[in-house]
Design a protein around this ligand. Sequence first.
Ligand code: PBG
Length: 323
Amino acid sequence: MNLPLRPRRNRQSASIRDLVRETVLTPGNLIYPLFLQEGSENTPISAMPGCQRWCLTDLVREAGEAHALGIPAVVLFPRIPDELKTRDAAECFNDEGLVPRAIRALKAAHPTLTVITDVALDPYNSDGHDGLVADGGQVLNDETVAVLCQQALCHARAGADIVAPSDMMDGRVAALRAALDAAGFQRVSIMSYTAKYASAYYGPFRGALDSAPKAGDKKTYQMDPANAREALREAALDEAEGADILMVKPAGPYLDIITRLRSATTLPIAAYQVSGEYLMIKAGAAAGWLDEDKVVLESLLGIRRAGADMILTYFAKKVAATL
Ligand code: PBG
């Protein structure tokens, strides 16, 4: 057989495969999401095996271990005590609240670690929504954005490096940028949850923080999983409003969105491998059906190959240790 074109020549040895590899995954690509709570104890999260809600002391230790493995950044998710959850979510801008205390402790212990905070009202809101809820049940946009600005300023005062609005209100990136700049926080970056879909894959996360909506769903602000063009529109708006990094969430089921954003913007792109994606791999591995380490690496490589520069993943620390 005369067969001059043989792609297998480029796969014949480990060293040639190294040379032709198109995508790499390093600890420097990873962002480690961490749950935190009040008190001096850690609580394992049953729906996210291997994850804990950390007390402040152990949060600082865990973040330090991850940073020592080469992970540049953590993102914080607080479990706010029920008695502090209110309809106006005012605890979200309390300078002595759980998140600002955690930011100060992390920056004091690990000055080179980048600290990212989630900007949204759901952990603080007795209605469980990312925004303020009117008496009729609708989620208010502009009133919410004003509170998000106070929340972001509170995080900036505590020393946050990047604020990440995950609320999907209209106009919040421009408003956050203006509020941060007016207060002298030009150095604080905005990582916008640009294309955040109304996804069933967030289920385990909402269990971890008791943050599920008390009524209704999040479909009036999070995106319809059927839509891709709409993600391009959100990306154009976030870029025009001054976002520094755009995020797609979830990651695995939305690789096409990552790729489309990649060709539509020059901004860095983040992708969030969310709690349900984590749990599916964990469940498959626990049943003995999947090789966890290999599937995790492949899932993250796929997200990188699609065009993501950085990945938020609950596997970050474990993966960094194996890379
Ligand atoms: C809330 C927020 C959510 C996640 C991150 N920030 C949940 C939601 O929108 O209901 C989900 C993360 C995950 O599932 O891992 N603003």
